[in-house]
Design a protein around this ligand. Structure first.
Ligand code: IMP
Ligand code: MG
Length: 178
């Protein structure tokens, strides 16, 4: 049996659990106020959205539909995005639906751009986007999220759902690997 040890120790704190919780609470309240009880379909982008979307939807006090798509773009240690692959086999019919697309982080913008095109092709009525993090100045596509938790500098962050090689998603705070 091969044992694969974690690549690094615990991430160095960047944004604490408390800061995240209060910001996500604000975002949820804002979204709830904007949609004003109008039915929405929340589409989370797997896997990074998992913790964020779970906290966000619990701030919404009206019935929402929750579903997921999977998106991945191959990248090495450089964060240059490769080709985007979308798996929407779990996505129910979104025709005529108002969508809130939720991702963990906006980097180049390729993922959200590709997913928005994909959802439009499926005939949804409208799309708004929510991201927990935005890397300042990194966007190669003109994507302006409707809701955004924090702007961060161009560093690789993990925790609160975000991974490095599929690890570290479990940390309740956002941190930097050293
Ligand atoms: P984009 O398509 O370049 O905007 O990249 C967005 C995707 O890249 C996110 O959904 C994340 O999965 C991943 N990503 C980008 N930056 C980071 C990071 O700092 N930590 C973890 N994942 C990241
Ligand atoms: Mg992701």
């Amino acid at each position: 049996m091969t044992v694969h040890p974690a690549s690094h120790g615990p991430p160095r704190l960047m944004i604490s659990e408390e800061e995240i919780q209060s910001r996500v609470e604000e975002m949820g309240r804002q979204i709830a106020a904007d949609f004003n009880g109008q039915p929405i379909t929340v589409v989370g982008v797997l896997t990074g959205c998992l913790v964020f979307v779970a906290d966000l939807i619990r701030q919404m006090d009206f019935p929402v539909r929750l579903c997921f798509v999977r998106a991945s773009s191959y990248r090495g240690t450089t964060t240059v995005p490769g080709n985007l692959t979308i798996d929407s086999s779990f996505l129910p019919d979104v025709e005529g639906r108002d969508i809130l697309l939720v991702d963990d982080i906006l980097d180049s913008g390729q993922t959200l751009k590709g997913l928005m095109e994909h959802l439009r092709e499926k005939g949804c009525a409208s799309i708004r986007t929510a991201v927990l993090l935005r890397k300042k100045g990194k966007q190669q596509y003109a994507i302006e999220p409707d809701y955004r938790g924090f702007d961060i500098p161009d560093t690789f962050v993990v925790g609160y759902g975000l991974d490095f090689n599929d690890e570290y998603r479990n940390y309740p705070y956002l941190g930097i690997l050293e």
